[in-house]
Design a protein around this ligand. Structure first.
Ligand SMILES: [Zn+2]
Length: 413
């Protein structure tokens, strides 16, 4: 049965975003609500109040994830879920994460207003500590929910002051009693700002997200020998920086022939002894390779490893350490189709794209059929106080979320 799409109230969604942004507002118009701080608690309390106003019941699990439920016609069916996070970076924006949660709230408000009953219950989730700014690891709440992290690993994580997640959850009264996960979720949809430049540059309101890039992280240590910069003629040197810079130049071209999905970044560089008149004896740098296709990512790895052997020379040692390997994520085809159908029925200009950043949805997709919806952020700028988005595009993304979820949850007319 095809139904004509129903629509959210974009002005109401915008107002909720602005109201939540008052909590932990920063001087340049951004947000600072680090996970499990007083500001995070105030934000959680505020959004839970809005959920309750819509008649939703609230559950909180042992890692502090919040689930607001709107019952379906059949209470024992697996819920259709959406959500995101409301913690931010220290100089974070008003939309990253917050949009996914409040678009979920707007879905519920619209269903209530239009008196639409669904077969399956609908849950809106707020995941604990997605940002990983105060407590590492990132995507903590969704990581435990998807069995990627253990509850104990998460609870015992400490911030720089030595304060644990366990203690902070208790202090802000969000140490829930419910077990984390362990039940069926029919599907998970997450709406999020793109956090990159593509949609904004192409002037498209919506991106249908089909997966996330895989990433391989490495440390490379190049060891020569430090010596005095004056007395040592060039041919006598074992200069670790000379080898490193030649290497880095070549490594940084690995993704050039693999656009748009290949990425290579050298983000960290450490020199020893880092002194003006000493030839560097040791250089350590990081390499971050990403691609949407595992076979391509493996080829990038091979090319990278081959460059290291090619640049190896007498008196210079090159050591490679694999830090982390995360394969590419492919979202669930039937969930992606829900998003495609919604976008098409709303006649929204769009493209299909792969997320370059990590999101709760990436972890959740390991155990739950999942898809994501992207909306543009202005200039592609995110994790920045000046992060901004346009009300009409946020509204369009929420229309898509609503119709995708409604199709998945089954409406009773
Ligand atoms: Zn986010």
């Amino acid at each position: 049965m095809t139904q004509s799409p129903i629509k959210v109230n974009g002005a109401r969604l915008w107002q909720s975003l602005m109201d939540l942004a008052e909590v932990g507002a920063t001087p340049l118009g951004g947000n600072c609500r680090l996970a499990l701080t007083d500001e995070d608690k105030t934000g959680r309390d505020l959004v839970i109040g809005w959920f309750r106003d819509e008649g939703m019941s609230i559950r909180i699990d042992q890692i502090g994830n919040i689930f607001a439920r709107r019952e379906g016609r059949q209470a024992d069916l697996a819920p259709v879920m959406c959500g995101s996070h409301i913690d931010t970076q220290p100089t974070g924006g008003r939309f990253d994460g917050n949009y996914g949660v409040l678009a979920g709230l707007e879905v519920i408000r619209t269903l209530n207003e239009q008196k639409i009953t669904t077969e399956h219950p609908i849950d809106v989730a707020i995941w604990t500590n997605e940002e990983g700014s105060r407590f590492v690891p990132v995507m903590m709440g969704s990581g435990v929910f998807s069995n990627t992290l253990t509850l104990e690993e998460a609870l015992s994580a400490q911030d720089k002051a030595g304060i644990s997640v366990r203690d902070e959850l208790k202090r802000i009264h969000y140490a829930g009693t419910e077990a984390v996960g362990g039940y069926d979720v029919k599907a998970y949809f997450e709406a999020h700002i793109e956090q990159g430049p593509v949609l904004d540059t192409e002037n498209l309101p919506v991106g249908v997200v089909t997966g996330a890039l895989g990433l391989y992280w490495y440390d490379v240590v190049v060891t020569g020998q430090e010596c005095h910069a004056g007395p040592s003629p060039m041919s006598y040197r074992r200069d670790a920086l000379k080898t490193s810079s030649q290497l880095i130049n070549r490594i940084l071209t690995i993704a050039d022939s693999r656009q748009p999905d290949g990425r290579v970044t050298v983000g960290e560089l450490d020199m020893h002894p880092n002194s003006r008149n000493v030839v560097p004896g040791r250089v350590k740098f990081s390499v971050d390779l990403r691609h949407s296709d595992k076979a391509e990512l493996d080829k990038m790895h091979d090319e990278f490893a081959a460059l290291l052997s090619e640049e190896k020379k007498e008196g210079i040692d090159i050591e490679l350490k694999v830090v982390q390997k995360m394969p590419p994520t492919h979202f669930n085809e039937s969930c992606i189709n829900r998003v495609r159908d919604a976008v098409n029925s709303l006649a929204l200009p769009h493209i299909e794209m792969i997320s370059g950043a990590g999101h709760d949805a990436v972890y959740l997709s390991r155990t739950i059929p999942t898809a994501m919806i992207f909306v543009p952020c202005i200039g592609g700028i995110s994790h920045n106080e000046i992060e901004d988005a346009r009300p009409d595009e946020l509204e369009a993304g929420a229309h898509v979320l609503l119709n995708a979820m409604l199709a998945e949850a089954g409406s009773v007319l």
